[in-house]
Design a protein. Structure first.
Length: 310
């Protein structure tokens, strides 16, 4: 048996010996790349389309459904979405989650139409989505004077150049082309509906800017009704509950009652008794002009592309 002094001495030597052992260096941190790779959305493509009549280039973003390559004989409906810089990744994510590989939605090809190359988003959409040159007095962030009123030549670019390109490049069901747009994009959708309604089978119209140019779209609707007895299309119009004048919340508008305008436009369309028009409208609660689009597109997808049941 070790006596206490000897035991203490032994422990002391052991402590010295242990302390003398070299302490291992912590592992070196992984080197951070000087030029990190960008995040890439899988199964997407970016193509640049030359609008010959407009003499401008536009990027389009394409997202293919999960079964596209595994089903080489299948053709898919196409959803064309405006304001693609914002809307394309949002709609793609909603479609993948709600769609659940065809269980929640029918699979479709998503085509996002971006802004003209070299233009700011504000400049491009003000010019391309509005039907008359009489836009609001404002300035573009680039310093250029804004331009309005080229919705019709832009529509012809979509109809004569972009849509045929998509149909020839991808396996599309050309009888089911769906338009979706919000705000000025919704205004563009109504312009197309009242100019060439058969251009799309379904229209998802979110918070359309019916106030534009002293409510010019109401005059367009009356002119269409005077010249036509039919408006064959499926149309969903939706808007947020805060898109009216109010003081209880800062989310209300201070001067625009867009709900009242949408309801007035709906009433006008219904009064024409078009045999082929199937019109649905909805006011989405607890949303405002800036927050409502995700809810509109979710409802729009479920309305236009319900899952096929065997």
């Amino acid at each position: 048996m070790l006596r206490l002094p000897v035991l203490l001495a032994a422990l002391g030597l052991a402590s010295v010996a242990y302390a003398a052992q070299p302490v291992p260096e912590p592992p070196a941190a992984a080197a951070v790349p000087s030029d990190p790779a960008p995040f890439v959305l899988k199964d997407t493509e970016v193509r640049t389309i030359r609008a010959r009549t407009l003499q401008r280039d536009y990027e389009i973003y394409v997202s293919l459904p999960a079964s596209y390559h595994a089903s080489p004989r299948r053709r898919f409906p196409v959803l064309f979405i405006t304001d693609a810089d914002y809307a394309f990744p949002l709609v793609r994510s909603i479609a993948r989650r709600v769609g659940n590989r065809g269980q929640g939605l029918e699979e479709f090809i998503l085509v996002g139409i971006s802004y003209a190359v070299g233009d700011t988003p504000q400049f491009s959409r003000r010019r391309d989505y509005t039907p008359t040159p009489n836009g609001e007095k404002t300035k573009d962030e680039s310093g250029r004077a804004p331009v309005f009123g080229e919705a019709e030549p832009y529509r012809r670019f979509l109809a004569d150049e972009l849509m045929p390109f998509v149909a020839s490049t991808y396996r599309t069901d050309t009888h089911r082309s769906i338009f979706a747009g919000h705000s000025y994009g919704g205004l563009l959708g109504l312009h197309i509906l009242l100019t060439e309604p058969k251009m799309f089978s379904h229209y998802i119209i979110g918070s359309p800017s019916l106030w534009f140019d002293q409510r010019v779209m109401f005059a367009r609707e009356r002119a269409y009704a005077e010249a036509n007895k039919e408006l064959k299309a499926d149309v969903l119009m939706a808007i947020a509950s805060f898109e009216t004048i109010g003081k209880a919340s800062p989310r209300y508008s201070s001067k625009l009652d867009m709900i009242a305008e949408l309801q007035e436009f709906e009433k006008a369309l219904r009064s024409r008794n078009y045999p082929g028009l199937r019109l649905t409208t909805e006011i989405i609660q607890d949303e405002d002009h800036l927050t409502v689009f995700p809810a509109i597109i979710t409802r729009g997808l479920m309305w236009a592309l319900p899952a096929k049941r065997s």
